[in-house]
Design a protein around this ligand. Structure first.
Ligand SMILES: *[C@@H]1O[C@H](CO)[C@@H](O)[C@H](O)[C@H]1NC(C)=O
Ligand SMILES: *[C@@H]1O[C@H](CO)[C@@H](O)[C@H](O)[C@H]1NC(C)=O
Ligand SMILES: *[C@@H]1O[C@H](CO)[C@@H](O)[C@H](O)[C@H]1NC(C)=O
Length: 181
């Protein structure tokens, strides 16, 4: 019985050591994604899709907003498209604290050929203009098993009527056992 306990303890130590090694060995990847968003007009990329009071343009508790924003290489409206930020926003009880769940889908031009990064978190619009950080909860392709964070300063680099551009800086770690897949 004692032997078994000891060998279980030994295994735990081994597991801890190898996990630690994996974490140390993993290098972080940084991605800068310029998210181009349009809230009205023929090229709209963000739209109210459900609202308890029926008004799809008035922020309110329970409202859902669907996004299919455009990711570009740079801040310019005509810079090369490298993917899509697709997902939804759920508006919280006070109408200002919102939950967000999105996938960054990166195309061939990004160099990550069809890989995706899944992100979720919240934005507290009561402190508009302040930074926010979302959790990277996974990915596919080049980003299989990715974790990390998605940081945005909250300040638009461009703001022109219904059109705006925000920079998202993603810091990702991919464990060795997934990087080799
Ligand atoms: C919508 O996008 C098309 C294609 O990029 C462009 O030609 C057109 O000017 C855009 N419309 C507006 C209102 O920006
Ligand atoms: C919907 O909400 C917007 C913004 O609060 C307001 O300007 C508009 O009049 C509302 N529409 C209706 C039909 O109540
Ligand atoms: C990207 O993936 C597609 C589908 O898997 C493949 O056909 C294409 O050759 C790939 N492109 C590059 C640049 O690797």
């Amino acid at each position: 019985m004692l032997r078994v306990v000891l060998s279980v303890a030994h295994l735990t130590v081994l597991l801890n050591l190898s996990l630690q090694r994996t974490v140390e060995a993993a290098e972080s990847i940084t991605l800068e994604l310029y998210n181009h968003e349009t809230t009205a007009g023929e090229n709209q990329t963000m739209i109210g899709s459900a609202a308890p009071n029926g008004n799809l343009t008035e922020p309110q508790f329970g409202m859902l907003i669907t996004m299919s924003n455009i990711l570009r290489k740079g801040v310019e409206a005509d810079s090369e498209r490298i993917g899509t930020q697709q997902g939804f926003v759920a508006v919280g009880r006070d109408g200002l604290d919102v939950y967000m769940s999105v996938v960054y889908h990166l195309n061939d031009a990004s160099g990550y050929n069809g890989s995706t990064i899944a992100v979720q978190g919240n934005i507290d619009a009561r402190v508009l203009g302040t930074s926010h950080t979302f959790a990277v909860v996974g990915g596919t392709g080049k980003f299989l098993c990715a974790t990390g964070q998605d940081y945005s300063s909250g300040e638009a680099l461009v703001e022109d009527g219904s059109y705006s551009v925000h920079l998202h800086t993603l810091t990702l770690w991919i464990p060795d056992y997934c990087a080799s897949v």
